[in-house]
Design a protein around this ligand. Structure first.
Ligand code: PMP
Length: 384
């Protein structure tokens, strides 16, 4: 392809070391982990080793706290619906921030239809959860609060420890969607006081088709699916051995390499932010410093994010995003950008760049040049 890929938040290439590690699960150690014979036992061992590596990445107290699922969407559904339904006798209030991923918001809305009372906590103009609003919205009946560790569209990292202290004091269980933060920010579920946490394999260079939900020993869940006893009965169905073994190895590598890689990407990110912010009517979205190391997001007035994306790809071979890959096909303005106070027309001009291992500082000037030319060209064509 030879272009510059800047959409690591939507999809990441598989790490060749992970492929090398996990490929035996496709051909040699292909067994069903529930089978009692030796081929099944080695498959079971591969799953348990992966579980321990994922537990290590987030400092879970025990590897049995990790439940593998097929996607982060599924883990979010299990966390939210599973906790609320199983613990409904203790309270019927549920709470989320207004910038959660759609898989969190829609799980919450489904519960709302079933009689739960849903409230959304506001964020400030940089996407940080409003802590005093959160405190006033929490109550003893708030059975579940879901606040993302960091936002995928604007890169803002939330003050998780302050949030968890509040939830522990005034509410019940805290779920954090850490898909954007994993492998970039050190996560410690015990220190951070998080009861349930979602992470996904591909967001740390692992194979697609695996994700995990951390469930603290104090939380009881109702499964979303019924079937056999896999994953403590919480996620029945034969395990995706290749994806799970790969996720474990990706987690091990992320733990070792995260600090250096984040530091490296931060320099590229800061140069992109500095240069792109100088362009005419270009504005950073999200927090300037409390943001993910690989994340640079902007809005431009008088042009559409989709046109930026298509022009950057077609003319310069640079792949960017306009926000959430999940909502970009709807052409609706992003709920995240509206929640940080942008008007509809402002929210339409958004551009998100997410860096990864294959990016380096020598690319900055080409990227900035391409953005500049794209923006000028689109503004010339714009009826606005
Ligand atoms: N949470 C966040 C923050 C995300 O960005 C995404 C999308 N990558 C998801 C959850 C859902 O992930 P998936 O589409 O892989 O289920």
């Amino acid at each position: 392809m030879g272009g510059i890929y800047l959409d690591h938040q939507s999809a990441m290439p598989l790490d060749p070391r992970v492929l090398e590690f996990a490929k035996t699960c496709l051909v040699e150690d292909f067994g069903n982990p529930s089978a009692l014979h030796s081929v099944g036992l080695s498959a079971k061992t591969a799953v348990e080793e992966a579980r321990a590596k994922v537990a290590d990445l987030i400092n879970a107290e025990d590897s049995s706290s990790i439940i593998f699922t097929a996607s982060a969407t599924e883990a979010n559904n299990l966390a939210i619906k599973g906790t609320a339904l199983r613990n409904a006798a203790k309270g019927k209030k549920i709470l989320a921030s207004s910038i959660e991923h759609i898989s969190v918001l829609n799980s919450m809305k489904e519960l709302q239809k079933g009689g739960f009372e849903l409230t959304l906590a506001p964020v400030d103009g940089m996407g940080v959860v409003d802590l005093s609003a959160l405190e006033s919205l929490l109550s003893k009946e708030t059975v579940l609060t879901s606040i993302m560790y960091a936002n995928n569209e604007i890169g803002t990292v939330e003050p998780m420890q302050e949030i968890s202290e509040m939830v522990q004091e005034k509410g019940m269980f805290l779920h954090a969607d850490a898909v954007a933060a994993e492998g970039r920010v050190p996560i410690d579920v015990q220190k951070d006081g998080i009861d349930l946490l979602t992470i996904s394999s591909n967001d740390m260079y692992g194979p697609q088709g695996a994700a995990a939900l951390y469930v603290s020993p104090k939380v009881k869940l109702q499964p979303s699916l019924v079937g056999g006893g896999q994953e403590r009965g919480l996620r029945p169905g034969t395990e995706n051995l290749f994806a799970i073994a790969g996720m474990g190895e990706a987690a091990r590598l992320a733990r070792l390499e995260m600090a250096n890689e984040s530091e490296r990407l931060k320099h590229i990110r800061d140069r992109l932010i500095e240069e792109i912010s100088k362009l005419d009517e270009a504005y950073l979205t999200g927090h300037p410093t409390k943001r993910l190391a690989h994340h640079a997001s902007f809005r431009f007035s008088r042009i559409e994010g989709e046109s930026i994306l298509l022009t950057m790809d077609a003319m310069f071979g640079i792949q960017i995003s306009t926000g959430s890959a999940c909502s970009s096909r709807t052409l609706e303005p992003s709920h995240v950008l509206l929640a940080i106070g942008l008007k509809h027309e402002e929210a339409h001009g958004s551009m998100v760049m997410t860096l990864g291992r294959d990016n380096d500082p020598s690319q900055v000037s080409s990227i900035v040049g391409a953005v500049n030319q794209t923006v000028q060209r689109l503004r010339m064509l714009s009826p606005l």
